[in-house]
Each structure stands twice: as C-alpha cells, then as structure tokens.
Design a protein. Structure first.
Length: 161
C-alpha cells in the first residue's frame, strides 16, 4: 500500500506539458518541375494562431468551419511560409487540407521549378504567438535529406545544391 501511495504521489508531481511542434515535408520533384509541401500542424494551435493574427475566431477542422476560415488559413500560410528558389520568391500555392485526428494536414506546392540551385525558407507559422513553438522541416532533393528546426528566434534557413 505504501508503494502504491508513493507511486501516485510521484506521478501526480509531474505536470502535464503541452507539446508545440509542427512537421513540414518539402520534396523537390524535378520530373514534375515542382516543390511539394506537406504540413502537419495541431489544429487547435493553428486555430489560435490564426485568431491571434487576424483577430477573428476560426473553426478549422470542425463542423463550424466556414469558407472565410479557409481563406484565412490560405492567407496565414502565404504570410508565414515563404520559399525563395534560385534568388526569386516563389508563390506557395495552397492546395487542400484534411483532418487526421487533432492534426491538420495541409498540402501546398510551388510550380515551374525547372532547376533547383538554392532555396531559402522562412517559416514563422505559429511562432509569432508561442515562444515554445518548434517547426521541423525535412527537405528532400536530389536523393539527399536536410532537416531544419525553426523557432521564434530562428526563422530562416538557406540550402545550396
């Protein structure tokens, strides 16, 4: 009985801490002349970030989601994920999204990338309101994988091929 009491006391002493992370997979597909981007973001964090950015409550991933919510999501991505290829800022085209549990999976792409010599990525998604947010980005090109960590104090990475 004493062991059980100590076990409960030690478990209750640990505070539950929320995990603030998003994962981005970026693939250069030369035969399609495109960069494909898949983002996996906790939907509650994304809703809060968009609300803080635009001052309006959004309901992404719920039955209350509106077309205005979807437009704000697209604008939020455009404003907070920028990719410059070979020295030219490229439009990131938001394609679609789907809910996977409590994760919103978003699909985007950059078209007309015939040649990839360099890529500069700036990722400030969710970092403007949460100092604990971390965005992990995996970039695959030419059979190589590079992984980067974006935080509120580290927003940009440069790759050269």
């Amino acid at each position: 009985m004493t062991f059980l009491g100590l076990l409960l006391l030690s478990v209750s002493a640990f505070e539950v801490h929320k995990f603030y992370m998003a994962i981005f997979q970026v693939n250069y597909v030369p035969e399609k002349k495109m960069v494909q981007i898949t983002s996996r973001i906790f939907v509650d964090d994304l809703n809060l970030a968009i609300e803080k950015k635009f001052g309006k409550k959004v309901f992404l991933g719920s039955e209350k989601e509106s077309s205005e919510d979807q437009q704000m999501l697209k604008k939020y991505f455009t404003d907070n994920l920028t990719i410059t290829i070979n020295g030219e800022l490229q439009p990131v085209i938001f394609l679609s999204k789907e809910l996977d549990g409590d994760i919103l999976v978003c699909y985007s792409r950059i078209v007309s990338v015939a040649k990839l010599q360099s890529a500069e990525i700036t990722n400030t998604l969710l970092t403007h309101w949460n100092s604990e947010q971390q965005n992990i980005l995996h970039f695959n090109a030419f059979g190589k994988k590079e992984t980067f960590l974006f935080t509120p104090s580290h927003k940009t990475e440069m790759l050269k091929f």
